[in-house]
Design a binder for this molecule. Sequence first.
Ligand SMILES: Nc1nc2c(c(=O)[nH]1)N[C@H]1C(S)=C(S)[C@@H](COP(=O)(O)O)O[C@H]1N2
Ligand SMILES: [Mo]
Length: 245
Amino acid sequence: MSEISRRKLITTGIAATAGVSGLAVAARMAERYGLIPPDPGGLYGPGKTLTYAAQRLLTQNSMAREFSRSQISQPPFANPVSSRGKEFDRLQAGGFADWRLTVEGMVARPASLSLAVLKTYPSSSQITQLVCEEGWSYVAEWIGVPLSHILERVGALPQARFVVYVSSQDGWDGSIDMADALHPQTILTYGMNGGDLSVGCGGPLRMRIPRQLGYKSVKFINRVIVTDNLKQFPAEGSYSWYAGI
Ligand SMILES: Nc1nc2c(c(=O)[nH]1)N[C@H]1C(S)=C(S)[C@@H](COP(=O)(O)O)O[C@H]1N2
Ligand SMILES: [Mo]
């Protein structure tokens, strides 16, 4: 589906549902409220475009459900992880003292942050459910730094539209738009269920985005890139780029 026809789909929809007279007004609304999803894989069909637009209109500021401590899954589910390579093993052997998170791209002050530094920033915790697209889920408590805090510290530029996060250990990357990047429940987690985030659960640092499916919560992240487009950043495997729940 071309960019033009995706735009037309949304603007026609807005004009019809909101009773907006004139497609030009609807087009301005779609632009203002960021309703046209990016098209990293070149395959963003009408269904997905409408899902994204509807979610953005209805749930821009909504919160993912939080659970009570007694609802935490026991024992916490963790997927087995394949080898993460020699460099990761070296960092792990050193207790991740040499590990760094780099923050780069459309930012005023690129940064390279140790775990110790991340832990001095304001922290946020959440008891939320991780939902895999394959049909299983678990509830856990995660603690970390809100991504919004990092973006503020490095001075994300106003033209920025997306945040890409990279797991150099196994090549599983993710990206989100600014609405999700700035959302208070989007956190870079270093702790889980009262302890450090184990390597088995994605340590030393894992993105947690409870408003989207589990595959957007990328484990072992060590690079964050702020950008205004996703052209060089393909979506997660064959999965849909936007996975709102
Ligand atoms: N780096 C990395 N992150 C990843 C994955 C992966 O294979 N590698 N799998 C994703 C998928 S599909 C899901 S459902 C969750 C699983 O999280 P868990 O291992 O805590 O159960 O992690 C996501 N994050
Ligand atoms: Mo998954």
